[in-house]
Design a protein around this ligand. Structure first.
Ligand code: HEC
Ligand code: HEC
Length: 248
């Protein structure tokens, strides 16, 4: 499948039926049996450690990213409907940790798993992460669209500043060295799904200290705090208005 058109068509065919299952990322968990208590968060071992130890080169990751672009888009923008997260702008450490966790079955992602499975070399993982890092941040993403957006965002901000700032930062910039994701400017529906999964204990690789904070949140509070996060601007080099998405 070297011909680019055939490759793209094959990928599209592979992705379409999967879009439906993306609505429920918990469908068919691959690794029933791994409980969060068995998992020491961000333990530096295996693939994650190896991929972090080698240098990623953006140019060398371009080809490896091709398959990812079928779902996350070539620009790394993901989809505003939240099925696929935005990857552009995310810390390389976070990308590597999440990929390694998904590959190990610590974070259920039946939609992506067959593709993640193919990335067998830690060096390749590092290259792909470096390539994603070289992408500019798309100008548009999915936001909360209810009429009460201003109220939701304000109450989400109050919660965020009390309980999330210490890890995810004042502007939602996360922390590269600590594997804390950028949450600013991510798609609202993706954020809401992750917040719910983490609260309910379904994202088993989640940071246990964050789980504690978020456990008592009501669904309404999750909506508000997700609306707030999506209202923030992702820090980093934005794509130029009217310009091509992709390279910085
Ligand atoms: C068939 C579609 C599909 C393909 C192909 C795909 N992904 Fe994904 N990816 C997803 C979905 C769906 C999620 C979100 C799952 C969830 O809701 O937990 C995701 C999540 C992620 C995340 C976690 C993001 C975060 O903010 O935590 C990373 C990193 C990621 N993908 C990287 C990649 C890379 C790198 C590739 C290529 C090797 C790839 N993906 C290929 C569907 C796909
Ligand atoms: C103790 C530090 C800590 C605190 C406090 C914390 N988080 Fe997190 N958060 C993390 C880490 C680490 C991850 C990534 C976990 C993993 O490896 O899967 C994460 C993941 C997330 C994600 C998923 C991002 C993605 O791309 O998939 C969202 C959304 C999020 N946090 C929002 C929040 C909000 C909102 C609060 C406050 C209510 C909060 N967090 C409190 C550390 C924290």
């Amino acid at each position: 499948m070297k011909h680019p058109v055939i490759k793209t068509l094959a990928l599209a065919a592979a992705c379409l039926p999967l879009l439906a299952s993306a609505a429920d990322p918990r469908a068919a968990p691959r690794t029933a049996g791994i409980e969060s208590r068995d998992y020491q968060w961000a333990k530096m071992e295996g693939e994650m450690k190896e991929a972090l130890a080698v240098k990623g080169v953006a140019k060398k990751g371009e080809e490896g990213y091709e398959v990812c672009g079928a779902c996350h888009l070539p620009s790394g923008a993901g989809r505003p409907d939240g099925t696929f997260p935005q990857l552009a702008g995310q810390h390389t450490t976070v990308l590597i940790k999440q990929m390694a966790d998904i590959r190990m079955g610590l974070r259920d992602n039946p939609t992506m798993y067959p593709f993640a499975k193919e990335l067998t070399e830690p060096q390749e993982l590092a290259h792909v992460a470096a390539y994603i890092e070289s992408l500019c941040i798309p100008l548009d993403h999915g936001k909360y669209e209810g009429k009460d957006a201003a109220v939701q965002i304000a109450s989400g901000k109050a919660l965020y500043e009390k309980q999330c700032v210490e890890c995810h930062g004042k502007n939602g910039e996360g922390d590269k060295a600590k594997f804390y994701p950028v949450i600013a400017g991510q798609h609202y529906k993706y954020l809401l799904r992750q917040m719910t999964e983490i609260r309910d204990g379904h994202r088993r690789n989640a940071n246990p200290d964050m789980v504690k904070v978020i456990k008592p949140y009501t669904n309404d509070q999750l909506v508000a705090i997700s609306a707030y996060q999506a209202s923030l601007k992702m820090p980093g080099a934005m794509c130029k208005a009217g310009g091509k998405p992709g390279k910085k």
